[in-house]
Design a protein around this ligand. Structure first.
Ligand SMILES: Nc1nc2c(c(=O)[nH]1)N[C@@H](CN(C=O)c1ccc(C(=O)N[C@@H](CCC(=O)O)C(=O)O)cc1)CN2
Length: 294
């Protein structure tokens, strides 16, 4: 069994992004990512601060804006408008989820599609579905890169995605069945209403677990030698301690899978690396500077 090392693959991408930052800087463009957090959820705070640290590591300008989680929604929309209008900001990310009183779809629509480095604006979703992505969403793109790093070409294979979220399930399914590199798989999307889930996952050469249910994928649900990508990040209590587990029962499945991503250290670091990738891509397109994307 191969452990697919997301930390190592992400470090390679970051190194390539750092070269892109140098090229842009030499051309007089300082690539900048703005993160916006309207939440007091400790996990969201951690992700945003990791993203800002990543910017620093690759020499990119990171800007962070906190919006009070009980502020009126207008305050968030105004923040987005200001960032849209700022020519020195190339990428904008609003950390999700936002509070219940804020309309998520309106937030996503408010971001300038050219700065939408999450790839969640309806225009960018439409382009992805149409096979002409401007920004591939970070987690799905990271998954494609992990499969490539493990020498797994989805073409002609059976891929089963468990989960139908807008952030992961829907876009990764589109990328896996879409034409082009990292695609051309026969793809099934399963979800909470799927009957006989294991019958689907057992057929799969590639399983992407993105349901948000701790350790729901067990060894009896995967075929011998399958590639298993675990997108879950669930904090659970184990022996009186808080620990991170995925949507895959790693210890159980590792003995049967051909390749598997661990949690932590699998998909998570790739999500962050592909955000940096999208930000230098955004800066290069906004200023018409050629870069060698990693
Ligand atoms: N605007 C967005 N919001 C959210 C996204 C997103 O892509 N865009 N995805 C998720 C969470 N997420 C990104 O923000 C994310 C989750 C996990 C990690 C990560 O690096 N995880 C580490 C472990 C971190 C830890 O110790 O807690 C790992 O898996 O090794 C990065 C990004 C929801 N919101």
């Amino acid at each position: 069994m191969t452990d697919i090392d997301g930390n190592a693959v992400a470090a390679e991408i970051r190194s390539g992004v750092a070269d892109c930052v140098d090229t842009l800087t030499d051309a007089g463009v300082e690539p900048a990512l703005a993160t916006v957090l309207m939440s007091d959820d400790p996990a969201s705070e951690t992700y945003v601060s990791m993203k800002q640290n990543d910017c620093e590591e690759v020499g990119m300008r990171g800007i962070h804006v906190d919006v009070d989680d009980d502020a009126p929604a207008e305050e968030l929309y105004d923040t987005i408008d200001e960032l849209n209008d700022d020519p020195e900001v190339h990428g904008i990310l609003v950390q999700l989820p936002v509070p219940d009183h804020v309309d998520t779809q309106r937030v996503l629509r408010a971001i300038d599609p050219a700065k939408d480095v999450d790839g969640f604006h309806p225009e960018n979703v439409g382009r992805l579905v149409g096979g002409n992505a401007r920004f591939k969403p970070c987690t799905p793109h990271g998954i494609q890169r992990l499969l490539a790093a493990a020498d797994v070409d989805p073409e002609g294979k059976e891929a089963v995605v468990v989960g139908r979220s807008d952030i992961v399930g829907k876009p990764i399914a589109n990328l896996l069945f879409g034409r082009g590199e990292g695609g051309n798989a026969t793809t099934t999307v399963c979800h909470s209403r799927t009957e006989n889930l294991a019958e689907h996952t057992r057929r799969a050469d590639i399983v992407v677990a993105a349901a948000g249910v701790p350790e729901m994928i067990t060894a009896d649900m995967v075929s011998e030698g399958a590639t298993v990508i675990d997108v879950g990040i669930n904090r659970v209590e184990r022996d009186g301690e808080s620990t991170l587990v995925g949507d895959v029962d790693y210890d159980d499945v590792a003995g049967k899978a051909g390749a598997i991503t661990p949690v932590p250290g699998g998909v998570g670091p790739m999500t962050r690396a592909m955000l940096l990738y999208n930000t230098v891509k955004a800066a290069s397109e906004q200023h018409d500077v050629d870069i060698d994307l990693p």
